[in-house]
Structures are given as structure tokens and as C-alpha cells.
Design a protein around this ligand. Structure first.
Ligand code: NI
Length: 226
């Protein structure tokens, strides 16, 4: 499932982070790439230990904890501390697949990358190109979202970022280890939850709601690893 989640950050949070990002100490993005993706990658990043990156990462993690759509779609077990990248002057990231396991730098913590996320800090009107292009079994999806919005897609997908030919594209990117590893099972749970929520809005007294909620939790209990 590829999911667009609007308004993950408030306009105030976006504005605050943009000040930090504009003053950021950008370094060559190859620093965090594996052998195969280093050949494909041409962008800039903030160092993982950068205090501004860590502060913005905390803002993002706080926003994710409040976001019901993210929680239902990702069923997060662990979230990798958000990283930040910037593309300008023709920079791009050719087709690659993200590493299956990411170690949090300087810690023993590892995250299995079931889901990949990109959160946009610059709006589509500010740059040309820079689309995130995700290939899955349903075809090719091109994603370029307003500032503060996020896309969530399976970590198994081949993807690339098209060259930025005007302006700069600044995003946060990170990975989620889900309680439900299998994308198809996780998607089914998300669809089920959305359906239950619609019935809760339209017929809050309906007795079948308890039964349906029970089925949701029993499927989650069957499939979740925590
Ligand atoms: Ni990637």
C-alpha cells in the first residue's frame, strides 16, 4: 500500500523546521548509503548526530504518535530516527531498494524497514522535478506532496527521486518496523479499521460494531509481533 497522509506537521512546525533546515550543515548523502545505493545517490543530508536534525526528528516522532492514520496504517513497532535530505542543481537518486535492516548510529538498535516514509518540507511550487517514484506490483506511482504531508510505502519497493532542475527539495525520510511485517496483512487491517471507523460515525449504536472490533483485534493478535 502506498498512502498519502496529509498534515502530519502543522504549518507552525513546518515553518520552525524550515528555519533549521535552511541553516543546516548539509553533507554528502553517500554517508548513509550502502554500497549499491551509494552509486545511485546524489543528494545532501544532515548528519545523524546533528542536534538540529535530532530536535526536528523528535518533532516528527511526536507528530506521528498523534496521527491516527499513521498509527492504523503502519502499526509501528519501531520508528528509525528521521533523517533529512536536500536535492538541488540536478541532484537525484537513481532506482534502488532501501537496506532491509538499519542500525541506529552509535546504538545497538536495529530497525527492519517494513515501511519507508518521506515527509515533505518544501511545497511542489518551490522546485521542478524531485518526484519520488515508487514501483510496485500495481505500477509506477509519482509522488510530490505539499509541505507537512507524508507518503508511506512498502520498504520492499524499488524507488527513485527524479532530478531537481529548479529550486531545492527538502524532505525527511525514515523507516518503520511494523508489528505486522506482511504488507498485504497490514493493508487488510488498515482497510478493516477504516471500515469500522465509518460505521462508528454513521451508526454508533449498531451492535455489530463490538463484533467487528473484536475481529480486528483478533486478526491483529494473530499477526502482530511485538
Ligand atoms: Ni530509498
Amino acid at each position: 500500500m502506498l498512502l498519502h497522509i496529509p498534515d502530519v506537521l502543522t504549518p507552525e512546525e513546518v515553518a520552525y523546521c524550515r528555519q533549521k533546515l535552511e541553516a543546516g550543515a548539509w553533507i554528502d548523502g553517500k554517508a548513509t548509503a550502502g554500497y549499491q545505493s551509494a552509486k545511485a545517490k546524489d543528494n545532501q543530508q544532515l548528519d545523524e548526530g546533528d542536534p538540529a536534525a535530532q530536535e526536528m526528528g523528535s518533532i516528527i516522532l511526536g507528530a506521528l504518535e498523534r496521527n491516527a492514520t499513521f498509527l492504523s496504517a503502519a502499526l509501528p513497532h519501531k520508528v528509525f530516527p528521521p533523517l533529512f535530505n536536500r536535492y538541488e542543481g540536478g541532484q537525484n537518486f537513481a532506482t534502488h531498494v532501501d537496506n532491509a535492516i538499519r542500525q541506529v548510529k552509535g546504538t545497538p538498535h536495529r530497525v527492519r524497514t517494513d515501511l519507508s516514509a518521506t515527509l515533505f518540507f518544501t511545497g511542489p511550487e518551490e522546485y521542478d522535478g524531485g518526484e519520488l517514484v515508487v514501483e510496485d506490483t500495481y505500477g509506477v506511482h509519482s509522488v510530490k506532496l505539499p509541505a507537512g504531508h507524508m507518503v508511506l510505502y512498502p520498504g520492499t519497493s524499488l524507488h527513485h527521486v527524479r532530478a531537481v532542475t529548479r529550486g531545492a527539495r527538502v524532505c525527511s525520510f525514515f523507516w518503520v518496523q511494523s508489528m505486522v511485517r506482511d504488507d498485504a496483512a497490514r493493508t487488510l487491517l488498515f482497510d478493516f479499521d477504516m471500515g469500522v471507523q465509518r460505521v462508528t460515525m454513521d451508526a454508533p449504536e449498531h451492535p455489530a460494531l463490538v463484533q467487528l472490533t473484536g475481529v480486528y483485534h483478533n486478526l491483529l493478535r494473530r499477526w502482530a509481533e511485538v
